[in-house]
Write a protein of this length. Structure first.
Lengths: 242, 223
């Protein structure tokens, strides 16, 4: 496991609106995610979970503070470079899968690569490679309506991580799934992180957050608690459970 | 539940002897309930005395005495399977009592108590989930045979119970927190209203200064 964090969120504040009506969605939040690490964000609704995810994914810009992915500070990039970084280095997973109904699983997974200019044949090959890696080959020729929710979400994770992407942002990925299927999806996410991907997971379910290495607890835009900053390697070095 | 019924349940699967019963009991409950061998023998002796278990004969060459369930024992065991576990007695859970006391104790930061407990419980939940991942692998793996997979499954179910309990605790803590926050607002409003009335007409209004959040807290207690 590398010791350089892949994602660095540094003293980020995000204020929506101005003057009297200003709402501080994030209040001096700092967070690092190393390759191989899955970090869960919990907190009551309105605590800033989604804003944090959007800021980390470059969908929203912080009012102050910085976000860097793989050494590149998002705020320093122009719109074109930012869009490219988002296409090449990170992927989102949503609650409702967001697969394109008229495309097969393999085509859905290949889509981000094709949108980034990769030739169709190469993109398909890479998509199949990712599906194979995740034991999803049997789904590759199916359309979304021929797959269960859990299967669709696993394909969505493959899409988020196809090609060179090493950062996955998941917003309540188990929200639409029953408890068993939800666990299966988290297992897949966990395996990808164990293989070296950095993951940020927003969830309101403690049992799902428990798949993460760390849980960051937000309230009113502030990190009120984390389940210790210890990482897997530190755990192995000592410090028992609890 | 008692060790007694646990041993009877194992003996219902076939005759066995003390040391094996002990290791089997621990294995089947995933080590969550360690027994010492003395405890097993004392329990077996009592079961024999009560006619629920009998010896199969003399000690074998290695000095082991076999035991089996009697018909009376089987009837008692069947009754146990058929009877729900009593959950109606008042819980004497340390955390419940700690929080109930923290709410009224002067100078205690209840929010902090809730927060640190939640951190600890979430960490525990994470550790359980790690164990569960291994158990899932074992329960699915058929390489080690059906018996191993079944034991993996038993352990998985024990783990799941602990996961559900930890999850419930986190939810309860969230609930305590929001209840306290809501209550603080109510108290604040009442205090402001009381100040307004005392300034216009001098009257009591002293009751609202007491926090007295215990009833609100207990509302959230599932017991």
């Amino acid at each position: 496991m590398s010791t350089t964090p892949h994602v660095v969120i540094s003293d980020v504040t995000r204020v929506h609106g101005t003057g009297e009506t200003a709402v501080t969605a994030l209040d001096h939040v700092s967070l690092e995610i190393h390759p191989g690490e899955l970090v869960a964000v919990m907190g009551p609704s309105g605590s800033g979970k989604s804003t944090l995810l959007n800021v980390a994914g470059g969908l929203d810009r912080p009012t102050s503070g910085t976000v860097s992915i793989g050494g590149d500070t998002l705020g320093d990039l122009g719109p074109r470079d930012l869009a490219q970084l988002r296409r090449r280095r990170m992927g989102f997973v949503f609650q409702d899968y967001n697969l394109i109904p008229s495309l097969t699983a393999a085509e859905n997974v290949a889509l981000p690569l094709e949108l980034d200019g990769t030739r169709a044949r190469l993109a398909r090959r890479q998509a199949r490679h990712t599906l194979d890696l995740m034991n999803l080959m049997e789904l590759s020729d199916r359309y979304p309506d021929q797959m269960s929710g859990g299967q669709q979400q696993r394909v969505a994770i493959a899409r988020a991580l196809v090609g060179t992407r090493r950062f996955v942002l998941a917003d309540e990925p188990t929200g639409a799934l029953d408890s068993h299927t939800g666990e299966e999806v988290l297992r897949v996410l966990r395996e990808r992180c164990d293989a070296g991907v950095a993951g940020l997971l927003v969830t309101h379910e403690a049992r799902h957050a428990a798949w993460a290495d760390r849980v960051v607890f937000l309230r009113d835009g502030r990190v009120v608690d984390t389940t210790g900053a210890e990482r897997a390697e530190d755990l192995l070095a000592g410090d028992g459970a609890r | 539940m008692s060790v007694r019924l646990g041993l009877m349940a194992l003996l219902a699967e076939g005759e066995s002897y003390g040391a094996r019963l002990r290791s089997e009991f621990e294995e089947r409950t995933g080590g969550t309930w360690p027994l010492n061998v003395g405890q097993v023998y004392t329990t077996l002796e009592r079961l024999v005395r009560d006619g629920l278990v009998e010896q199969t004969g003399e000690a074998d060459s290695e000095g082991r005495i076999g035991y089996r369930l009697t018909d009376a024992g089987r009837a008692e065991l069947d009754a146990w399977w058929a009877t729900p576990v009593d959950r109606t007695s008042t819980p004497r859970d340390e955390l419940t009592i700690k929080l109930a006391l923290a709410v009224t104790a002067p100078g205690v930061d209840v929010e902090r108590v809730v927060q640190s407990q939640r951190t600890s419980t979430l960490r525990h939940l994470r550790d359980l989930t790690r164990l569960k991942r291994d158990a899932l692998g074992r329960a699915e793996g058929t390489a080690e045979g059906v018996a191993a997979a079944q034991h993996g499954l038993a352990w998985l179910l024990v783990l799941e119970n602990l996961v559900f309990a930890a999850e419930a605790e986190v939810r309860w803590l969230d609930h305590v927190e929001s209840t306290l926050a809501r209550h603080a607002v109510t108290v604040e409003r009442a205090a402001r209203a009381a100040r307004a009335t005392t300034s216009s007409a001098s009257d009591t209004g002293s009751t609202v200064t007491s926090p007295g959040a215990t009833p609100a807290l207990l509302e959230g207690n599932p017991s």
